[in-house]
Design a protein around this ligand. Structure first.
Ligand SMILES: Nc1nc2c(ncn2[C@@H]2O[C@H](COP(=O)(O)OP(=O)(O)OP(=O)(O)O)[C@@H](O)[C@H]2O)c(=O)[nH]1
Ligand SMILES: [Mg+2]
Length: 349
């Protein structure tokens, strides 16, 4: 048998038994002003293979956002004017648009829900959006930002919103706006927010690239499901690091010491660790990065690892990790959800 005929046989085999192409639908959703701003910038930063949805009660702001789909929440309740800092209104507005949201999330495998906590729409509507995505069967990874210290009255509101988000998310990442004052105090406001958006973009691309681009050692959606089955109500987090192949230890430190995250990894019970490197990536350097990260987790943690070689990554290594069962170093509020206020529709019509 010639080599040609073997190839032909393989082609015939595929024709006879066509494999369904595993397609994975990943939605990135911004809720409220801050969430939609982040979504807008994320797309400018070039996060690939995602379906974007901008959701807000504020018509003017929603109009200014670049997204594949836009959902104006609230109808007669908010009349396109925002939720005025009242999360009860944000939650109610989302309930009024439940049908549209359910349609939007049909067939979604992974939903990233991004919202700023402390105002009305993000705080009130994002937990409802996360709940609907979860009901549609998606793995929900939420990214919530907490308010600046000077937004005093908004802080308790934000804490309740974070607790509500936690209830409907497989993974909730809380990024603190105050950290921007330490990291980028002299940058113009818009650029400072851009720093946070960059962190969010790296985390999201880390996950989407891991799942959608072919790998040498592949990680798929089923692996993601397995890892999150270890969560058992505990927190999960995403890690991302990038640097020179010459300094793999520094990449580990970067990934574990993201200045936006206050997380204790020691109890992590399961993790996905995926690295991307150039064609000359050595086993030793790959091992230093994966082992360096895994060594911080629980001794019996279930670790699934993956690796990809990309010629454009020559000389550098990127690492993305999802750690399940971590502990927040900032005290969290008990779970809660905003009750939809009865009679709000009547009051505001
Ligand atoms: N990182 C970041 N945070 C923001 C941005 N805009 C606002 N915030 C923060 O997010 C919180 C919520 O603000 P918004 O998202 O504007 O509020 P909203 O969800 O639209 O709520 P309403 O306007 O009351 O309907 C604020 O208290 C700020 O701390 C932004 O562009 N980036
Ligand atoms: Mg707003």
């Amino acid at each position: 048998m010639t080599i040609n005929s073997i190839i032909k046989d393989a082609e015939e085999f595929e024709k006879e038994y066509p494999m369904p192409k595993p397609e994975i639908n990943i939605k990135v959703v911004g809720v409220g002003g801050a969430g939609c701003n982040s979504l807008h910038h994320l797309q400018k930063l070039g996060v690939k293979n995602i379906d974007s949805i901008a959701i807000n009660t504020d018509y003017v702001h929603l109009k200014s956002i670049h997204a594949r789909k836009k959902i104006l929440l609230g109808g007669h309740l908010t009349r396109g004017n925002g939720a005025g800092g009242l999360p009860e209104i944000g939650a109610h507005a989302a309930e009024l648009s439940r049908r549209e949201l359910e349609t939007a999330f049909r067939g979604t495998h992974i939903a990233f829900v991004i919202a700023g906590m402390g105002g009305g729409t993000g705080t009130g509507a994002a937990p409802v959006v996360a709940e609907i995505a979860k009901e549609a069967g998606a793995i929900v990874i939420s990214v919530a930002t907490s308010p600046f210290r000077y937004e005093k009255g908004r802080i308790p509101t934000a804490k309740k919103g974070i607790a509500a988000m936690r209830r409907f998310s497989d993974c909730l990442i809380v990024l603190d706006n105050n950290k921007l004052l330490d990291i980028a105090p002299t940058l113009p406001l818009e650029h400072a927010f851009g720093v946070m958006d960059q962190v969010i973009a790296e985390m999201i691309s880390g996950v989407t690239d891991t799942l959608t681009l072919p790998s040498l050692i592949n990680i798929d959606y089923a692996d993601l499901r397995t890892i999150f089955s270890y969560a058992d109500g505990n927190m999960s987090t995403l890690l991302y690091g990038e640097g020179s192949e010459e300094e793999p230890e520094k990449i580990v430190e970067d990934a574990l010491n993201n200045p936006f995250l206050d997380v204790d990894y020691t109890g992590a019970r399961a993790a996905i660790i995926h690295i991307t490197g150039g064609t000359k990536l050595t086993l030793r350097n790959a091992n230093t990065v994966i082992e360096g990260i895994a060594s911080r987790f629980s001794d019996d943690a279930n670790i699934i690892f993956g690796a990809r070689i990309l010629p454009e990554c020559e000389g550098s290594i990127r690492v993305m990790a999802i750690a399940v069962g971590v502990r927040s170093l900032v005290p969290l509020e008990p779970e809660g959800i905003y009750e939809v206020m009865p009679g709000v529709v009547e009051l505001t019509r």
